[in-house]
Design a protein. Sequence first.
Length: 173
Amino acid sequence: MTALRYPSILSALALLASCVSCGGDPAALKANVYRMGDRATAGPVTYVGLTADYRMELPGAKESLKNRYLVIFLSATNGSGEEITLPHTRLIAADGTEIPEVTEIQGFPQWMGILRRVAPSGTEQGYVVFDVPVGAYKLQVSSGGDPEKEQIAQIEIPAKITPGGVAGPALGN
C-alpha cells in the first residue's frame, strides 16, 4: 500500500508544479510581433509605430542622457465603446531586458505624456521616448486594464533606422 502512495504524491506534486508555472503572470503573456508601420493589435487597442529616430538631444528632457534618446512616434486607436487609459510602453532588448519610458519631460512637442486617455473610437498620437544604446528592440504595447485580461503586442524597432522612412511631425529643436 505504501508503494502506491508515492506515485500518487509524485503525480500531485507534478500537477501542482505545472499549475504554478502557467499562472497568470502578465510578463509571461505571448505577444504577437509586428513591423514598424503595421497595425499592432492589443485587445481593443490598435497601435501603429510610425517613426523611430535616435537623437543626442531632446527638448524638455529633465533626466541626464546616458546613451541616446530613441524617439518613437506612435498612434493608438481605441476600438472599444468606452474611454480607456493606455499604460506606458516598454522596450524589450534582445536579451529580454525591459526598458521603461523616459517620463521626466516638459514642453516636448507631441509627447504622449504620462496620463494617456483615449475616447471611444478615438485615436491619440504622440512620441514615446527611451534612453538606450543604438540597437534592435521591440516596443511592447498593451491593452491596459485588468492585469488578468491584459493583451500585449510588440512592434519591431530595427537596429539601423534609415532616414526618409514614414515621416512624423518635426521634433522641434
